[in-house]
Write a new protein. Structure first.
Length: 139
């Protein structure tokens, strides 16, 4: 599943910000509330108020939309972490401490909480591959 640089088509990035944000919100809700195998393109297009053809103009398939969403959410999470680190004059540990304190205030209905939950679920693309016994990395 997870491509090296999962991206929607350039058409997606040329959408009005409001429409793009609506699609992003629907992707978050759908992928958060269901396993990808249970997510339907028809539900995404209905809730996003786009046509099925538009969905496939933006994304190659459902997995492409999922990969884009995970990458997008990961980037947002990392950006928030770096904001806290930078606020603390690059004191990494103080920044992380404040970020985690901020996270502890969310409820499961908050989008940032959903993003973290979704990005930390066990998925095949997050699993490490076994290193062969003869690999120079373990010598």
């Amino acid at each position: 599943m997870m491509e090296e640089n999962p991206l929607p088509s350039t058409t997606f990035f040329h959408l009005k910000q409001e429409k793009k944000e609506k699609i992003d919100a629907v992707l978050l809700e759908e992928f958060f509330s269901k396993h990808i195998s249970q997510v339907k393109v028809s539900a995404i297009v209905e809730k996003s108020h786009i046509s099925r053809g538009a969905f496939y103009k933006y994304f190659q398939n459902l997995e492409d939309a999922y990969d884009y969403a995970i990458t997008n959410y990961s980037n947002q999470i990392h950006s928030a972490i770096f904001t806290f680190i930078n606020r603390n004059k690059n004191d990494f540990f103080k920044g992380i401490e404040e970020y985690l304190a901020w996270c502890s205030q969310w409820s499961p209905e908050d989008d940032h909480w959903k993003m973290i939950h979704l990005c930390t679920q066990s998925n095949a693309w997050t699993k490490r591959d076994a290193i062969p016994d003869d690999s120079p990395m373990i010598r």
